[in-house]
Design a protein around this ligand. Structure first.
Ligand code: LRH
Ligand code: MN
Length: 388
């Protein structure tokens, strides 16, 4: 029988990290549609993250992206965030927007360009020391567009050398999250294309290096929950970049395109004993709200993760295990689907009420008039986006 009090405690303790860049303008190569009220600086992005935490109670950490969130005083930015009730989380590097990185950053054939890219990784580690962040999050757009364009093996050697130099610079509780992505912007071979490549580099580096799974970075119909189960068993899963997609790296609200997949992923997390923040997995969102209002979209995304998590926690594990042991295929699947088909919204409303929050964060946010307030206040200046 499922212990409902334990389920509620786990949901109350859940922690989701929101990305500073999701509060800013974003788009596609076709168009970036700007919106009124968008932040103009890292402080306003952090203020929006604090607003999301105020209405959800489970998002006290905001990830930064450098140089999009470049400031003169990162320690002061950390203090500013704490004053608003949030912590600065992962520091994301950016070696994908500089002209020098056309043929690669840390994998570039040119040693001088590799040096420049590696120095950026080291700069991010220095920033972590000032913000008190644990996570260095690395994603490399590095890759090639045509067979023969460069040597696949040499590029891996160059990548390994840069990762090693950054890894050896980590101190204290700092760790490295190595994100993979099948393609885009490279369209023939990406240097960290899949979980296996990230995992192999992390093994080579050491225990501080773990894999980051971005749910939008796989070939269609990839069984992501298998990757989760496998990496948990190897103690090499460090983080998620949650979003959802119908086609490629669409970066839509997590759970919007495939709530069943999100449930299956969260079930492997629960089954692996990895939901508790103490386990150390960073559950981050990595999304782009190109046409929808950004703060309510992130609140909705967090609610989607909470709903998938609540359903995963409600799986009757004893009955499931008994059916699995008995080889009772239909019963095992039925037990699993019972949890998925459970309406957990009343349970989550209770959890929020117990935490002193409005049971419906979206309705509460709308009633608050906060969107209208930031639209009225944030006039002038330059809106933040994916530009530096
Ligand atoms: C790459 C990615 C990566 C970030 C960027 C904003 O597609 O998922 O995690 O650096 O988006
Ligand atoms: Mn990502």
């Amino acid at each position: 029988m499922t212990d409902l009090a334990a389920v509620k405690r786990a949901l109350t303790a859940q922690r989701i990290e929101t990305p500073s860049w999701a509060y800013a303008n974003s788009g596609t190569r076709f168009k970036v549609f700007t919106q009124p009220g968008v932040p103009r600086n890292p402080e306003e992005k952090i203020a929006d993250a604090a607003t999301v935490h105020q209405f959800t109670g489970v998002a006290p950490v905001v990830a930064l992206h450098i140089p999009w969130d470049k400031v003169d005083d990162y320690a002061a930015l950390g203090a500013y965030a704490r004053d608003l009730g949030v912590e600065i989380g992962a520091i994301n590097t950016n070696v994908f927007q500089d002209d020098d990185y056309k043929l690669g950053s840390v994998t570039n054939p040119d040693a001088g360009i590799r040096r420049k890219a590696t120095d950026h990784l080291l700069e991010a580690i220095d920033i972590m020391g000032r913000t008190g962040s644990r996570d260095l999050k690395l994603w490399f757009s590095d890759g090639i567009n045509y067979p023969g364009q460069d040597d696949l093996r040499n590029r891996q050697d160059r990548l390994a050398a840069a990762l090693r130099e950054a890894y050896d610079r980590l101190t204290g509780n700092q760790r490295m999250l190595l994100e993979y992505k099948l393609f885009e912007p490279a369209f023939y071979a990406t240097d960290v294309p899949d979980w296996g490549t990230s995992y192999a580099h992390c093994l080579e580096l050491g225990e501080r290096a773990t894999v980051c799974i971005d749910t939008g970075h796989h070939a269609p119909s990839t069984n992501i929950e298998f990757i989760v189960a496998f990496l948990l068993r190897q103690k090499k899963l460090g983080a998620f970049d949650f979003n959802s997609r119908f086609y490629a790296d669409d970066d839509l609200m997590v759970g919007a395109a495939d709530p069943f997949q999100l449930f299956r992923i969260m079930y492997e997390i629960v089954r692996g004993g990895a939901l508790d923040p103490a386990y150390g997995i960073a559950f981050m969102l990595d999304q782009c709200h190109n046409i929808e209002r950004k703060i309510p979209a992130i609140i909705r995304s967090i609610m989607n993760v909470q709903e998938a998590t609540a359903k995963a926690l409600l799986v009757d594990r004893d009955t499931l295990t008994a059916a699995q042991q008995a080889g009772d295929v239909l019963e095992a699947n039925a037990v699993f689907m019972d949890a998925y088909n459970t309406d957990v919204r009343p349970l989550l409303a209770e959890v929020r009420t117990d935490a002193g929050l409005d049971p419906d964060p979206i309705a509460a946010y709308r009633r608050s008039g906060h969107d209208e307030k930031i639209i009225a206040e944030r006039v002038g200046g330059t809106q933040a986006g994916w530009g530096a």
